[in-house]
Design a protein around this ligand. Structure first.
Ligand code: SF4
Ligand code: SF4
Length: 297
């Protein structure tokens, strides 16, 4: 599988300590109905259309030799016809069309990351591997981390926890300084319903990391209304974390703006909740986790 990267975000203050560069890998083994980064879900290349930038000049229509562009179609491009030739992207002068992933040579990516080394050092920051799921690209990540560790860069991994433990322990874990480990739904049937795979491996991997104590692990819970952010799920997760002697946690509050991103890549969202968490919902969540240390949200 070719490793594609959706975005390299410099100067981030939200994805770990200090100033960080965040690498968003493309592809995830889970398929959560609320995925906030839908463009990073598929490991394959996709074409994205942003209608806000489009002036309807129709140059892309003329450039497409196979008739995949359709101005009467809601998502503009018939993805089942499109062969990803890129002619329309080259023609568009308004950045309304683009590919969703890019191949980065390790050397070029390392150089780009090291441009901000001074900021990492002064702020206690570094690099965060995000996605999608970085561990899906284990060989590439291993090569990248070996390069970054030559410059002693602090590395944080954001993971869904679904990975092969042996490969992870050999190729990724030795280079990590911090792991943000997502725990979404405790009940295995509900997890399967909303994320399409079993959560058994995820909880096993989490417990192994906690027991091994080789690296700091911060469990994080995405707060998705009516799915993860229910009283039942949060209560059972809080009890589970207490049993594992966890004192500090993170939250990922729901951001409904992801819904517009599904339109960009031409997919219909099955989960369409469009509100932010209310103050009352937040208050109840904080009460359930009152025994834990967490950043306010
Ligand atoms: S070329 Fe770009 S701006 Fe023109 S119609 Fe196509 S997407 Fe819109
Ligand atoms: S990428 Fe090529 S085939 Fe796909 S819509 Fe654009 S011009 Fe047509």
């Amino acid at each position: 599988m070719k490793t594609l990267i959706v975005n390299v975000k410099r100067n981030s203050l939200d994805d770990g300590p200090g100033i960080r560069t965040v690498i968003f890998f493309k592809g995830c083994p889970l398929s959560c109905v609320w995925c906030q980064n839908p463009e990073a879900k598929s490991p394959s290349q996709e074409i994205s259309f942003n209608k806000e930038n489009c002036i309807s000049c129709k140059k892309c229509f003329e450039a497409c030799e196979i008739g995949a562009i359709d101005f009467s179609y809601k998502y503009r491009i018939h993805r089942d016809k499109c062969n990803l030739c890129g002619n329309c992207i080259d023609t568009c002068e308004y950045d309304a069309l683009e590919f969703t992933g890019k191949v980065y040579d390790i050397e070029i990516l390392t150089k780009l990351i090291l441009k901000d080394k001074r900021f990492y050092e002064n702020s206690g920051g570094g690099v965060t591997l995000s996605g999608g799921e970085p561990t899906l690209h284990i060989t590439y990540v291993n090569e990248l981390l070996k390069e970054l560790k030559k410059d002693n860069i602090h590395i944080c991994l954001e993971t869904c926890g679904y990975y092969n433990r042996e490969k992870f322990n050999n190729l990724i874990l030795p280079y990590l300084d911090l792991i943000y480990f997502d725990l979404k739904i405790y009940d295995s049937d509900l997890f399967k319903k909303y994320c399409k795979i079993s959560n058994k491996v995820i909880f096993q991997n989490f417990e192994n990391l906690i027991q091994d104590k080789k690296v700091e692990v911060l469990p994080r819970i995405p707060l998705i209304p009516k799915i993860t952010a229910t009283k039942d799920n949060l209560t059972v997760l809080a009890n589970y974390l207490k049993c594992n002697k966890i004192k500090k946690i993170g939250f990922l509050p729901y951001n409904p703006l992801w819904l517009s991103k599904t339109e960009y890549i031409g997919i219909k969202a099955n989960y369409t909740h469009s509100n932010w968490l209310s103050q009352n919902e937040k208050k109840k969540i904080k009460e359930i986790f009152s025994d834990f240390e967490f950043r306010d949200f």
